[in-house]
Design a protein around this ligand. Structure first.
Ligand SMILES: *[C@@H]1O[C@H](CO)[C@@H](O)[C@H](O)[C@H]1NC(C)=O
Ligand SMILES: *[C@@H]1O[C@H](CO)[C@@H](O)[C@H](O)[C@H]1NC(C)=O
Ligand SMILES: *[C@@H]1O[C@H](CO)[C@@H](O)[C@H](O)[C@H]1NC(C)=O
Length: 307
């Protein structure tokens, strides 16, 4: 009896402790809500009597960041990774994007390049110097696990109708089937004026156990010693191939936008569920792309972005 009473007291204490602490994901959700509710779309939904005409958005993926590398100030910038803007200051990306073997550390962040319908609108673009780079403390290359990092923009980006954050996926379970991965695809070293086009690919989630079967050689080589784990997520077209992210897409988002927006629980912002980590060959049959599962890192992200 004593043991169980003891347990009960401990249990109560734990409950009490938790109730006085902000739950994981709350800060991320509040931040997302605050960003969203300042937007015109939400103004119309929250105050329908005072409708404002919503101008068209130029960028379909207004949170897409390009990460640039260069050895010195005279060299051209090579845009070798992608990232997701999650606050005006912080970009979510892959840990392996912190440093490029050929070009050194990531140095430049660029937003507003990603257009599909229009040519690049130079006036939308914002470039910033990379400030802090915080890779996940458990990222231990060449091992592929915990391939996630945060980079700060110096000074912070200026958010607008066309420069927006993406919300973080808080639940491990993903209801949405039609996910989209975006990136610039190839590692060509585009100039500042970059004529490269942002590529978008619709992908399906592939179950970890199924995906794991495609990773035998990496498991053997110990770079993926435990196989595909719950902190990772696979996506692609398992049967047909051809729909996949590729080199240079690294660090970019796997995302969806909810069909219905109410501005209280769901917002006119994309939700990032994965960070492009690695793949076997791009778009090969039964060789899906592997993403770091954002929902598993909310606590870590919140501690840095919304301390
Ligand atoms: C910058 O890098 C380029 C290419 O690696 C090299 O040719 C050039 O000499 C470097 N400039 C300086 C100032 O170090
Ligand atoms: C995503 O899927 C839902 C349900 O399957 C569908 O109603 C919606 O139109 C799709 N959205 C896009 C952008 O394809
Ligand atoms: C993945 O495959 C390896 C060996 O091929 C196995 O040891 C591991 O348990 C598998 N993991 C999952 C999640 O299926």
């Amino acid at each position: 009896m004593i043991a169980s009473e003891d347990f009960f007291i401990k249990f109560l204490r734990i409950v009490f402790l938790f109730s006085s602490v902000v739950t994981v994901g709350e800060k991320a959700f509040q931040a997302c809500k605050n960003y969203a509710q300042t937007m015109l779309e939400c103004h119309n939904i929250l105050y329908p009597s005072a409708r404002v005409r919503v101008p068209i958005d130029f960028l379909l993926y207004p949170h897409m960041v390009l990460i640039g590398f260069r050895k010195n100030d005279t060299e051209q910038v090579a845009w070798k990774c992608g990232g997701t803007l999650i606050s005006n200051k912080w970009v979510l990306t892959a840990a392996h994007c912190a440093h490029d073997p050929a070009s050194g550390p990531a140095s430049i962040l660029r937003l507003g390049t990603a257009t599909f319908e229009f040519d690049e609108l130079e006036e939308l673009a914002q470039e910033r110097v990379v400030g802090e780079v915080i890779s996940h403390p458990e990222y231990k290359p060449p091992s592929k696990y915990n391939d996630i990092a945060l980079m700060s923009a110096e000074p912070p980006f200026v958010l607008s109708r066309d420069i927006r954050v993406a919300c973080l996926q808080l639940d491990d379970e993903v209801k949405y089937k039609n996910l989209t991965a975006i990136g610039f695809g190839v590692t060509a070293s585009g100039a500042r004026s970059g004529s490269q086009t942002l590529m978008k690919v619709d992908v399906d989630i592939i179950e970890n156990a199924v995906c794991n079967r495609s990773m035998k050689s990496m498991i053997k080589r110990k770079v993926l010693a435990r196989g595909i784990i719950p902190d990772q997520l696979c996506a692609g077209d398992y049967v047909h191939g051809g729909r996949d992210t590729c080199q240079g897409d690294s660090g970019g988002p796997l995302q969806y936008m909810e069909d219905r927006v109410d501005c209280v629980n769901t917002f006119p912002l994309h939700k990032v569920i994965g960070v492009t980590s690695f793949g076997k060959d791009c778009g090969r049959k039964m060789a899906p792309g592997v993403y770091t599962r954002v929902s598993k890192y909310i606590d870590w992200i919140e501690g840095i972005v919304w301390p």
